[in-house]
Design a protein around this ligand. Structure first.
Ligand code: PLP
Length: 404
């Protein structure tokens, strides 16, 4: 354990690998991730190399550097490297996939009410552009079994359903959805699935080839702990020819010598900072080395901590656990009573409970909202730098704060 000089509870002995402020009990890895010092140093090395000779770096070196990073990421995700495009974030991944799907006025796009609000906006815009209709499937929470999710998604389909955007791990409720089963059901019915896997890489042992969805997007800057701006869109081979980056650049017309149009287009969308993508291998190696069991050890350690923390907080609040253990990765959400003053799906104001926990206890933990009328939950995140003592301290903070 790291003994903090602040009077706050100790973090884990691995916390020194991160530059997180010791004056904050950081229980919100889920929102933006947190990148270890060693990984940031690697990114700085790439940046120094770029700035030492920008032309050499971008023209002569970058294509091969991207290939190396892509191969490492493809192995981590069990994905086909030929269909793996680096993008800045999962929001871009979802928007890019939506732009590739031909939608017509009578089509329906299925989403669930546990989806991420920004990606839901992208679906609404795609629907407005084409005249398609968005069909939202309500899901219960608490949730008794993963099968309830698959059943609800299937029930929401009609003969007009053309596409579906379904999360692998939900943002407001921290649930791991049975994505293999959902992907198989949708494939059988000819529905084009975009998986929003923003939270899945580094939290779940992924096999993108096995899932077999036409589109799967995920962030490397969340649970893999890569620098911000590292994400991917994996596109199945039958969809690659019609999938293009949102920005058209040189690759659209470059001669096809040793790379596919897909690779040429996605690897260059104009001058930018490619170092988050190039640093993905460092994140895979650095974080994987922090547990003797490698990445399987990292994932199961985080999951154990999330489960123990959830059980503790449920007992402090007097609630039943809201879902089976099998639906928990390294996020967990505990339903809270609704706020009486709010009827919006996504609230730009920070929830008063979240504010109180931060102000009075220096705890960074989000209160999430989803559905209409809005439901509310406290969402915890467990990564290697966290310790159970921090969640017990959160329990003290919750007991001292009214939850409304
Ligand atoms: C399910 C889900 N999708 C998409 C995103 C968006 O991620 P980003 O901001 O990196 O695009 C998030 C972020 O938390 C998320 O939880």
């Amino acid at each position: 354990m790291t003994n903090e000089p602040t009077g706050l509870p100790p973090r884990s002995g691995l916390a020194g690998h991160w530059s997180l402020d010791p004056g904050v009990v950081f229980l919100n890895h889920g929102s933006f991730g947190a990148c270890p010092i060693r990984v940031l140093e690697t990114q700085n090395e790439f940046r120094a190399r770029l700035e030492a000779e920008p032309v050499r770096f971008f023209i002569r070196e970058l294509p091969e550097l991207l290939d190396t990073a892509r191969l490492k990421l493809a192995a981590f995700l069990r994905a086909d490297p030929e269909g793996l495009a680096f993008v800045a974030n999962a929001t871009t991944g979802v928007n890019t996939a939506l732009a590739a799907i031909p939608l017509a006025a009578c089509d329906e796009i299925l989403v669930t009410d546990h989806g991420y609000a920004a990606c839901r906006n992208a679906v609404e815009v795609a629907a407005r552009r084409t005249g398609a209709r968005v069909v939202e499937v309500p899901l219960p929470f608490p949730l008794a079994a993963p099968e309830r999710v698959t059943e609800a998604v299937v029930r929401g389909l009609s003969q007009h359903t053309r596409a579906a955007v379904v999360d692998h791990v939900t943002s407001p409720t921290g649930l791991v959805f049975p994505i293999n089963e959902i992907a198989a059901e949708l494939e059988n019915r000819g529905v084009i699935l975009i998986v929003d896997g923003a939270h899945a890489p580094g939290m779940i042992d992924l096999d993108l080839t096995g899932i077999g969805a036409p589109f799967y997007t995920g962030n490397c800057h969340k649970w893999m702990c890569a620098p911000k701006g590292a994400a991917f869109l994996a596109v199945r081979d039958d969809w690659r020819a019609r999938t293009h980056p949102l920005v058209t650049s040189h690759g659209a017309a470059a001669p096809l010598v040793d790379r596919s149009r897909f690779r040429l287009e996605f690897d260059w969308t104009g001058t930018g900072d490619p170092t988050p993508w190039l640093t993905v291998p460092s994140a895979v190696e650095t974080v994987g080395a922090l547990d003797p069991g490698g990445w399987p050890g990292v994932r199961s350690r985080n999951r154990r901590l999330a489960l123990e923390a959830m059980a503790h907080l449920c007992s402090v609040l007097g609630f039943q656990q809201p879902c089976p253990d099998g639906m928990i990765g390294s996020l967990a959400a505990i339903p809270l009573p609704p706020r009486t003053d709010d009827n919006r799906r996504s609230n730009p104001d920070i929830d008063p409970l979240q504010e109180r926990l931060f102000r009075d206890f220096s705890i960074e933990v989000p209160v999430t909202l989803w559905s209409v009328p809005p439901r509310r939950a406290l969402r915890i995140s467990a990564h290697l730098y966290n310790a159970i003592e921090e969640f017990r301290y959160l329990g003290v903070g919750l007991a001292a704060s009214a939850c409304g």
